[in-house]
Design a protein around this ligand. Structure first.
Ligand code: CP
Length: 317
């Protein structure tokens, strides 16, 4: 594997999940693969889980890891070609990326949507500069449009907990005080549309995701109806994708918060969220603390999804 930016890069999804479950049983079995190899993790945005789980995954594979927080201690980076650099940005990404590549064998990048220009965000301007100019395998640690390490971990978690061959999985919008990117719901939809599940997206009008991610999913605007018979509820906030409201908050309707009454409509569903989560905005304390909450197993599986991706990259070096 040379690049990991979306579900297609995994190839056969069943095989990828099987590999993940094998890695999970013996996560130190491939320690020789990463000997004398270095994984560089570049963060343009904050992180708790991705930072720790990806470092751990690389270390499980015997790699050295280096972490660069671009906005804390590095030179401020210009990303636009052609700009007269007379402002506060001292270095261009076009030099910084090939320089970073001198010191490592594999690069992970986190660069969120900036909400300044939808076309720039959806063309993955920053991630693609790493792909084009590093000459190294590159994986997304959440880019502008996708968070494929999270969605892979979510799929592994569903596979581990499902009680029927084809569970009903519901992705539900929920309220949040800040405008959040669509990367997590996009990737979750990207994966669920390829998995053997009945997949439903529920959201208020105006929060429709991009068609390339929704594909054949059922879209249901009545959250209660969507929850009926669900085996997994995946809650997440996202800002508007559709023009002319890209990146805007259209609603903070607390009727969409996942609570005990709503979970009672389901088939004793498991509750999922990628974290970090705003309690009593996205989900009530009772639901996230209930035995049906999978938020910690999901976070644990981030180590496994990252390890499968880095392992495949090491195998292709
Ligand atoms: N879920 C997730 O990516 O968490 P972090 O933002 O803390 O890395």
């Amino acid at each position: 594997m040379r690049y990991y930016t979306n579900v297609k890069d995994l190839g056969d999804l069943n095989a990828a999940v099987k590999e993940a479950l094998e890695v999970k049983k013996n996560r130190y079995a491939y320690k020789q693969l990463g000997e004398n190899k270095t994984c560089l993790l570049v963060f343009f945005n904050s992180s708790l889980r991705t930072r720790l789980s990806t470092q751990k995954a690389a270390m499980n594979l015997g790699m050295n890891t280096m972490v660069l927080d671009v906005n804390q201690g590095a030179w401020k980076l210009e990303t636009e070609r052609g700009v007269v650099m007379d402002g506060d940005k001292s270095e261009h990404l076009l030099e910084a990326v090939p320089v970073m590549a001198q010191y490592c064998d594999i690069i992970g990048v986190r660069a969120f949507a900036q909400f300044e220009n939808k076309t720039d965000d959806y063309s993955e301007k920053i991630l693609n500069q790493f792909i084009q100019h590093s000459g190294k395998p590159v994986f997304s640690m959440e880019a502008a449009t996708c968070h494929p390490l999270q969605a892979f971990a979510d799929l592994i978690t569903i596979e581990e907990h499902k009680k029927k061959a084809r569970p009903k999985v519901v992705l539900s919008w929920a309220p949040h005080p800040r405008a959040l990117p669509q990367a997590v719901p996009n990737s979750f939809a990207d994966f669920m549309n390829e998995a053997d599940v009945e997949f439903v997206i529920t959201q208020p009008k105006g929060y429709e995701l991009a068609e390339q991610f929704v594909r054949g999913a059922t879209v249901e605007y009545d959250q209660d109806k969507a929850f009926e018979g669900a085996d997994f509820i995946y809650a997440k906030n996202w800002s508007a994708y559709q023009d002319p409201h890209y990146g805007e908050i259209l609603s903070k309707d607390m009727n969409w918060t996942v609570n005990t009454e709503k979970m009672a409509l389901t088939n004793n569903a498991f509750f999922m969220h990628c974290l970090p989560v705003r309690r009593n905005m996205i989900v009530t304390d009772d639901v996230i603390e209930s035995p049906q909450s999978l938020v910690i197993p999901e976070a644990a599986n981030r180590e496994i999804s990252a390890q499968v991706v880095i392992k495949r990259m090491l195998e292709s070096l």
